[in-house]
Design a protein around this ligand. Structure first.
Ligand code: CTP
Length: 403
């Protein structure tokens, strides 16, 4: 969705990680972007233009002059695009950019560019920490360019340290922000996700089928749209979304503490977590042994996090999620009232393609003053975008006059 029809200029400079740029180009095309590749002369020593041409379906631009070059391409290419990504950006390219040098097609395009630029440096770890390189990076950041620092790991030269080109997934996420509308710029958004675990003994716990996917999608999309996101997450198998602060919790009571600590400074809370309603009244210190045919476990109710939060609410927009197997809208509206919410996202969880653990969801967003938005089956990221549209509409204007 984010990349559908977006024009991305991919600048490839001459480092060994140039081969990874081919995979990045493929992933961008698969995500719906129209990709134009510009290569430096040195990059062509590592990968041929033909590789990128085959992956993107577009002629690769590589020379200012001579056969195949177009007049004024150096001006047009950096402007007729939605964003520019430089991957890999070598120490040499960073130096030229910082100094304002335009001595080939890519560096000249960058001087004439008017669109957001994501720089993904990749090089030997000693080169990366060299003061000249660090000063150049700082200069580029001060000019408003986004720099995605290299990842740590084993490098092509055999050394281990910071210098690797981040995975395509991470670059795609960082770039997604540069092509997204920043309607949540600077907003502090708190999201909860996943299940909670309620311990019976050191090896057993009560939980539910939540995978965390909807909450993680909300955190991801809110970050792309400019928000500062804190994600309070129950145990899930999902990687932390790029740019998001993740706070890991185990039980409902830990989630309560984490949410209460962060709620006062937040502007919106999206409670997508499937919070366990009960915990075992006592937790056995040692592993429980098999005993008689039947076992009775006593449970005590967990605190209702949203109800507690409602008592502290000032101007925050508070959103609940209602997972129901019947009477969806009636039950959800009841929860909206009982928990003092601004919005509730009602979610049928008795279908194979909607609710827990799948990538799609069919929800109805219900709000105050008869707001009812019934959505078709969508990806969880699309659902997240529609929920955040409603949140953005309810947020009070930013202090200091911003939108
Ligand atoms: N919720 C919460 N604290 C709890 C239980 C739920 O904050 N102890 C939140 C969930 O994160 C969700 C909303 O309340 O945003 C509705 O959760 P749901 O489990 O559907 O509602 P319950 O109030 O637990 O009602 P029931 O399980 O009886 O349907």
């Amino acid at each position: 969705m984010t990349y559908n029809g977006k024009r991305i200029l991919l600048g490839v400079s001459g480092g060994i990680a140039a081969y990874k740029a081919a995979e990045l180009a493929r992933r961008l095309v698969a995500a719906g972007a129209k990709v134009k590749v510009v290569m430096t002369k040195a990059a062509q020593e590592f990968v041929t233009p033909m590789t990128f041409q085959a992956l993107t379906g577009e002629k690769v631009a590589a020379a200012m002059f001579g056969p195949g070059s177009e007049p004024l391409e150096h001006v047009a290419l950096g402007q007729a695009t939605d964003a520019i990504v430089l991957a890999p950006a070598t120490a040499n390219l960073l130096g030229k950019m910082a100094a304002g040098i335009g001595d080939d097609l890519l560096t000249t395009i960058l001087l004439a560019a008017t669109k957001p630029i994501l720089v993904c440096p990749a090089m030997n770890c000693e080169m990366w920490v060299h003061p000249a390189v660090q000063e150049n990076v700082a200069r580029l950041q001060a000019r408003g360019l986004t720099v995605l620092p290299p990842a740590a790991g084993e490098l092509a030269c055999g050394a281990t340290g910071y210098g690797r080109l981040p995975e395509p997934e991470t670059i795609l996420e960082a770039l997604a922000k540069l092509v997204s509308h920043q309607d949540l710029a600077g907003r502090r958004v708190l999201v909860t996700a996943g299940p909670t675990h309620e311990d019976l003994d050191p090896v057993r716990f009560l939980t539910n089928r939540s995978s965390g996917k909807q909450g993680y999608a909300l955190a991801k999309v809110a970050w792309r749209r400019g928000a500062q996101v804190c994600l309070v997450s129950g145990p899930t198998l999902l990687p932390a979304p790029h740019g998001v602060e993740r706070v890991d919790i185990w039980s409902a009571r830990e989630m309560l503490d984490a949410v209460l600590a962060r709620f006062p400074e937040s502007e919106a809370l999206l409670m997508a977590a499937a919070v366990g309603d009960y915990h075992p009244t006592s937790r056995s210190e040692h592993k429980m042994k098999r005993g008689s045919q039947e076992l009775t476990v006593h449970l005590t109710q967990n605190p209702d996090i949203l109800k507690k939060v409602a008592t502290l609410k000032k101007k925050q927009v508070v959103v609940g999620f209602a997972a129901e197997t019947r009477d969806l809208e009636v039950a959800a509206r009841q929860k909206l009232e009982d928990k003092g919410l601004d919005l509730i996202v009602a979610n049928a969880v008795n279908r194979a393609d909607s609710g827990f653990a799948v990538d799609t969801n069919e929800v109805t967003i219900i709000g105050r003053r008869n707001l009812v938005v019934r959505l078709p089956l969508l990806s969880k990221e699309e659902v997240a975008a529609r929920v955040l549209d409603q949140v953005a509409a309810l947020l009070p204007p930013r202090e200091g006059g911003g939108g």
